[in-house]
Write a protein that binds this ligand. Structure first.
Ligand code: HSE
Length: 408
């Protein structure tokens, strides 16, 4: 029998793919002592699968309802989401959110709001869909043995890469499918450009290492410019391209974050992660490598992660951000060197990249590529420019004995 204590009376914001997924999951969870009292939506005209009395477009009907003790925020717009979440916390209502962009952009304020109000904010659904990576980083990996967190954090781009690589589908066709299946963000550039992975990585870095990193301090590049030449290069050399986000300790005092397509090899765990699945490799001293794998996108898998945060609130769970309190936390650095593949069309585009060392060079009338090592600081410096160039960039595991090497 569900107990009545700690009943979660939920005010839900958003009834899109994940909101509806959560509703469905909740109906099937008989041990969860929670009920959705009201759903706040933007478009009251849209046909819904629930009776109209459940819906409102007035946020106040949730935020000002004293009976509602948990706000679940599952809307697209990050700034609107921040307004909702901060108002709810200020009113003492705990919140569950899946909005990685909002969370990554506002972590310092969100931590402070929780401290001031005593209310809690949980967001395991914001990273890697159904994989419980945040709570594990927070609770299990609560010591300084953790060395890196690397993985495929975005389901849509992985789905697109699988469709292109394994089924020879075109890029636009694969993106359209990812949208139709409800994996992709409203603006798929967020997925394909690496932004979604970046926001998730910033959140994982906080819970893994205790450090707050601004998204603008991280180098990212995605798969939007991928073309047939890049796929041929990867296939001929036995690689599979994956969009990888990684947080890597460089030494006891520093770590690096970056998001970039990677030429993965058969011996890597993520090589076989396909479609909308995500895979996260956690590496640490003494335990070496561990691998978490599961569905990273989709209404029901992500809804199940939201459900887990709801049940966690039933038991009064909150993130303590322990590493921030008890560790001397490492600093983020971009002072590392990476080995990359760069495909480009003209020498002017190439001239922006200051390679340390070039290993391989290929030129033809239609395209060119080089492989070699480059400083991440150079790539970060031209991050915005890269988005405007006809180039594709991917990295390889190792420039030398280490995947990232430090400049001393
Ligand atoms: N668009 C996201 C993805 C949804 O494809 O991973 C889950 O965060």
């Amino acid at each position: 029998m569900p107990h009545t204590k700690n009943k979660q009376i939920i005010g839900l914001f958003g009834f899109g793919v994940v909101g509806e997924g959560l509703y469905h999951v909740l109906q099937h969870s008989h041990t969860t002592n929670a009920t959705v009292q009201k759903v706040c939506i933007k478009d009251p005209q849209k046909k819904r699968s629930l009776p109209s009395e459940k819906f409102t477009s007035d946020a106040g009907q949730i935020l000002d309802d004293p009976e509602i003790n948990l706000v679940v925020e599952l809307i697209n717009d990050a700034e609107e989401a921040f307004q909702i979440v901060s108002q709810a916390l200020k009113k003492g209502k705990s919140v569950v959110s899946g909005n990685k962009k909002m969370i990554a952009a506002h972590l310092p304020e969100l931590i402070e709001l929780q401290e001031q109000s005593g209310a809690a904010l949980l967001y395991d659904a914001s990273a890697c869909g159904s994989i419980p990576v945040i709570r594990n980083l927070e609770e299990y990996y609560d010591n300084d043995l953790l060395l890196s967190v690397t993985g495929i954090l975005n389901g849509s781009s992985n789905f697109v890469l699988s469709k292109i690589f394994n089924e020879n589908k075109s890029y636009p066709q694969a993106v359209k499918e990812a949208q139709q299946l409800g994996f992709a963000e409203a603006d798929p550039v967020l997925d394909m450009g690496g932004w979604d992975s970046l926001y998730k990585l910033v959140i994982l870095a906080l819970h893994g290492f205790g450090t707050l990193v601004k998204p603008s301090e991280v180098f990212i590049t995605g798969i939007s410019n991928l073309n047939a030449n890049d796929i041929r290069f990867a296939k001929e050399k036995g690689y599979r391209l994956k969009l990888v986000a990684q947080a890597t300790k460089i030494n006891g005092k520093t770590f690096n974050l970056m998001v970039m397509p990677k030429m993965t090899t058969e011996d890597e765990y993520i090589y076989n992660v396909e479609n909308e699945y995500n895979g996260v490799i956690i590496e640490g001293s003494f335990y070496e490598k561990q691998f978490m794998f599961g569905k990273g996108a989709g209404g029901l898998p992500t809804g199940s992660s939201v459900l887990s945060d709801i049940t966690a609130r039933m038991h009064g769970y909150r993130y303590e951000y322990k590493k921030r309190k008890y560790f001397s936390i490492p600093k983020h650095t971009n002072d590392v060197t990476v080995k990359v593949y760069l495909r480009f069309k003209n020498l002017l585009d190439f001239s922006h990249f200051e390679f340390e060392n070039i290993e391989e060079r290929f030129s033809s009338n239609s395209y060119n590529y080089v492989t070699g090592t480059i400083k991440l600081t150079n790539l970060l410096h031209i991050r915005k420019l890269i988005q405007t160039l006809d180039v594709f960039l991917a990295f390889f595991e190792k420039p030398g004995p280490n995947s990232l090497s430090v400049h001393r």
